[in-house]
Design a protein. Structure first.
Length: 254
């Protein structure tokens, strides 16, 4: 992978295809490879920029506390490095939270937004406490219990469960801890919706056990012009569980 220095970290990324710039942000606790199977369906339409978020995959991170806005600022630095002023940005789950933070910080740099198995609301107090508990658990005992808890929730599909497990197992504890705290502290992006003046695409599996489909339907209600694609039977990994439908939806961002 190519690497750049930005915000005190080394950020690794892949670039594939030609066309409208589209940044693809992976979710927690995975890396850019989660997009590998869908890339061939998108690279004829888009100039794909596919980073490993700070701490994940081949990207490094810092020890201090950071926010989703810091991840978004890393992406702005990457676009600066590539000489890209404006891009569409699509994120899977936590990647969607970061895409929303990017929109909040750099609205003039966004030509379209994709939320894949994601949501716009902040954590409930209970969920937030759970994240801090998980972060403390990872710091003390490693990533094992988070991997065990999340694996069956990713997808009912056994091949993809095994993919998710392997991907989670290769990530560093520091990446888990930083991301869990950043997600816990994220703000509600609902107020942002009314200001969006570019295409918004939402892709969600109706069997998602990590982010329920209702979160996607609520965004569609608040933003009727958004293009919502519900994928029947898919869990939390629609870009792998039904890559054709997910790619077709994301092509609306071209
Ligand atoms: C993800 O897939 O990125 C996470 O499950 C999102 C979350 O925990 O809110």
């Amino acid at each position: 992978m190519e690497k750049i220095n930005v915000n005190g970290i080394q950020l690794a990324y892949e670039r594939r295809g030609k066309g409208t710039p589209l940044v693809l942000l992976h979710g927690f606790p995975l890396d850019h490879q989660v997009w590998d199977e869908i890339v061939p369906l998108l690279e004829g339409t888009f100039d794909l920029i596919i980073p490993d978020l700070r701490g994940f995959g081949e990207s490094t991170t810092v020890d201090s506390f950071y926010t989703l806005e810091d991840y978004a600022s890393d992406i702005a630095g990457l676009l600066d490095h590539l000489g890209i002023q404006k891009a569409a940005i699509a994120g899977h789950s936590m990647g969607g939270y970061i895409a929303l933070a990017f929109v909040r910080l750099f609205p003039e740099r966004v030509s379209g937004l994709g939320l894949v198995a994601s949501q716009v609301v902040a954590d409930t107090d209970e969920r937030k406490q759970g994240r801090y508990k998980s972060a403390a658990e990872v710091a003390e005992h490693g990533i094992g219990s988070v991997v065990e808890m999340m694996t069956p929730k990713f997808t009912p599909d056994e091949r993809l469960q095994s993919y998710a497990r392997q991907s989670m197992e290769r990530q560093q504890p520091a990446a888990y801890i930083g991301a869990l705290k950043a997600m816990a502290e994220r703000v509600d992006s609902t107020p942002l919706l009314s200001s969006l003046n570019f295409p918004v695409v939402i892709v969600h599996g109706d069997a998602d056990a990590l982010v329920p489909i209702d979160r996607a339907r609520e965004v569609k209600t608040a933003l009727p012009q958004a293009h919502l694609v519900e994928i029947s039977g898919a869990g939390h990994m629609p870009m792998m569980e039904d890559k054709e439908k997910t790619a077709e939806a994301l092509r609306q961002l071209a």
